[in-house]
Write a protein that binds this ligand. Structure first.
Ligand code: SF4
Length: 474
C-alpha cells in the first residue's frame, strides 16, 4: 500500500492542469516567493558553493556506509530509552505505526508535516482502523480538509488560493462565526491555530517525520516554520518518528553543515523558524516530552537504489529547489505528476520506489534544461538520471509506439550520413516551399502534437550540415 499513485495518467493530468487558470495563477507565486528568496539568500552567502560540495560529500560518504550508520543510530536510540522499528515497505510501516497507536489506546493522533507518511498513505490507513489523524502544518491541514494530496514537498497547498481556504474553513469549522473576516492570510492562520490548539491537547499520539537522523547521538531533527512539530511531539504521551533510512547522517556537525543549505534552498531563509532535536523519551526532571519515543525506519525500495545509477538521488534533503525552478512543474503544478513527489526529484524517485511500469511518463516530464541540477544543494545530477529512466523506458518497450517507430526511423537515417543529408535537404526545401510567405506551417504530418497549439516555423536557409559545410569552406 502507498499514497495513491496515478502517474500513468500524467499526459491527461497535465492537459487538465494547463486548462486550469486558478491553478496556474497560484503556482505563479513561486517565482516571487521561493525562487527570489533563494536567490537573495544565496547571493548573501559567498561560501554557498563550498557548502554544496561539503553537503554532497557528507551524504555520499553516509550512503557508502549506510548500514553502519543506521546500526549506530539504532544503538543510540535504544540507549536513550527509545525504540527502533524497521519497515521494509509502506504496508509494514503503516502496520507498525498502527500497532503503536493501538497499544497506546489512541483514538486521535496529531501529525507534523511528513512526506514519508504521505508516501505510505498513513492517514487513510489509520482512518480505516478507527484512528483520526489531524494534520497540524497549515498547508497539510488545508489539503486534509479538501481531501487532496500535497502538490509540493515543502508547500503542500501551494495550488490553493486564500479564497478557497476561507471557503473550506467556513464549510468545516462548525463553530466559526459567519461574520468573521477571513480575507487576509493572517486571519486564516489565526482561525486554523485556534482549531488546532484543541487538537494538540486532545491527541494521544504525535507523529512526525525527520529531516535528519543523527547516528552519533540517536537524535531525530525536524525543521518547521510554525512550531506545530514541537507541539505534535511534546504534548502527547507517545511520539512516533516515521523516517526513511537515507535521512541518517553521522554527526551533529554534519547536520549543522547541511542545515545551512536546506532553508536557503527551500524558502530563502537562513534557518527555518524552529529546529527541534529529539533524543529519546522524557527523562527524570524534564519539564515536558513524551513518555514513549519510537522511530520507524522505512526502506520502501531505497536500499535497492544503492550501488545503482540512482544512488545519488538518496542524497536529496527535500528542499524543493529543483521543483521551484522546473519549467514543467511551473506550467502544470504538482498533482499532474500523480505522485507525492512531483517535479524533477519526483520524476527520478517515483519510478525507483514504485516501478517504471507505473510511472514511465515521468522521465519525459522534463525539458532536460538542467536548471534542477544547477540549483540542487546536494549536486544531484537529476537530468542524467532522467535520461537513464528514458533509456530503461525504451529498453522495456514502455515508450509509446509512435515514438518508438519515430526513433527507429531516425536511427536508420542517422547511421547513413549520405541518405540523411539528402532527406534533410529535401525536407528543408519542402517545408520552406509549403510554408510560403507566412514562413510557418499550421499542419505537418506526424507533428500534430506541435501544430495543434502553434505553427511550426519553416527552416530558413539550408540544413545544419550544409550551413556547417559552408562555414568550413570560409
Ligand atoms: S533533488 Fe536536490 S533540489 Fe530537489 S529536493 Fe532534493 S535536494 Fe532539493
Amino acid at each position: 500500500m502507498s499514497g495513491g499513485l496515478s502517474s500513468v495518467s500524467f499526459p491527461k493530468n497535465a492537459h487538465a492542469a494547463l486548462a486550469n487558470p486558478p491553478l496556474l495563477k497560484a503556482i505563479a507565486h513561486i517565482e516571487e516567493t521561493l525562487v527570489s528568496g533563494r536567490r537573495r539568500a544565496i547571493d548573501a552567502l559567498p561560501e554557498f558553493e563550498a557548502l554544496r560540495d561539503a553537503g554532497r560529500d557528507i551524504k555520499a560518504h553516509t550512503l557508502k556506509h549506510l548500514d553502519l550508520y543506521l546500526e549506530a543510530f539504532e544503538k543510540k536510540v535504544l540507549e536513550a530509552g527509545g525504540f527502533v522499528h524497521w519497515a521494509a515497505d509502506a504496508a509494514e510501516a503503516s502496520r507498525i505505526v498502527l500497532d503503536i497507536c493501538q497499544a497506546a489506546g489512541a483514538r486521535q493522533v496529531t501529525k507534523g508535516k511528513s512526506m514519508i507518511t504521505e508516501e505510505v498513505g498513513l492517514n487513510a490507513f489509520l482512518e480505516a482502523n478507527g484512528i483520526t489523524p489531524v494534520e497540524t502544518d497549515l498547508g497539510e491541514y488545508i489539503i486534509q480538509l479538501r481531501a487532496e494530496t500535497p502538490s509540493h514537498i515543502i508547500a503542500p497547498a501551494v495550488h490553493v488560493n486564500k479564497e478557497q481556504v476561507a471557503a473550506d474553513f467556513r464549510r468545516v469549522h462548525t463553530n466559526l462565526d459567519p461574520r468573521r473576516n477571513l480575507d487576509e492570510p493572517t486571519s486564516l492562520l489565526s482561525e486554523a491555530r485556534g482549531v488546532l490548539r484543541e487538537r494538540f491537547l486532545a491527541a494521544d499520539v504525535g507523529i512526525t517525520g525527520a529531516n535528519f537522523l543523527i547516528a552519533e547521538t540517536g537524535s531525530t531533527v525536524i525543521v518547521t516554520n510554525e512550531g506545530n512539530g514541537d507541539l505534535t511531539q511534546i504534548l502527547p504521551k507517545t511520539h512516533i518518528v516515521l523516517a526513511s533510512i537515507e535521512k541518517v547522517v553521522p554527526t551533529l556537525e554534519d547536520v549543522a553543515t547541511i542545515m545551512r543549505l536546506l532553508a536557503r534552498s527551500a524558502t530563502g531563509q537562513e534557518m527555518s523558524v524552529y529546529t527541534t532535536f529529539s533524543t529519546g523519551p522524557r527523562r527524570a526532571g524534564d519539564p515536558d516530552g513524551p513518555e514513549a519515543f519510537h522511530v520507524v525506519l522505512l526502506d520502501n525500495g531505497r536500499s535497492a537504489m544503492l550501488g545503482t545509477e540512482f544512488e545519488d538521488m538518496l542524497r536529496c534533503i527535500r528542499c524543493g529547489a529543483c521543483i521551484n525552478h522546473c519549467p514543467v512543474y511551473r506550467s502544470i503544478g504538482g498533482h499532474a505528476y500523480g505522485s507525492v513527489y512531483p517535479g524533477p526529484m519526483g520524476s527520478v524517485l517515483t519510478p525507483s520506489l514504485h516501478g517504471l511500469e507505473k510511472s514511465a511518463h515521468l522521465a519525459n516530464a522534463s525539458t532536460l534544461c538542467g536548471r534542477c541540477e544547477s540549483v540542487c544543494p546536494m549536486r544531484i545530477p537529476l537530468p542524467k538520471m532522467l535520461r537513464h529512466w528514458r533509456e530503461k523506458e525504451f529498453e522495456r518497450h514502455l515508450t509509446p509506439k509512435k515514438a518508438r517507430y519515430g526513433l527507429a526511423a531516425w536511427r536508420f537515417l542517422a547511421t547513413r550520413p549520405r541518405l540523411y543529408g539528402m532527406v534533410t535537404r529535401f525536407a528543408a526545401w519542402g517545408f520552406a516551399r509549403f510554408a510560403g510567405k507566412k514562413g510557418a506551417l499550421s499542419q505537418v504530418p506526424l507533428a500534430g502534437g506541435w501544430t495543434r497549439w502553434r505553427d511550426l516555423p519553416a527552416p530558413e536557409g539550408g540544413t545544419f550540415r550544409t550551413e556547417w559545410a559552408k562555414r568550413g569552406r570560409k
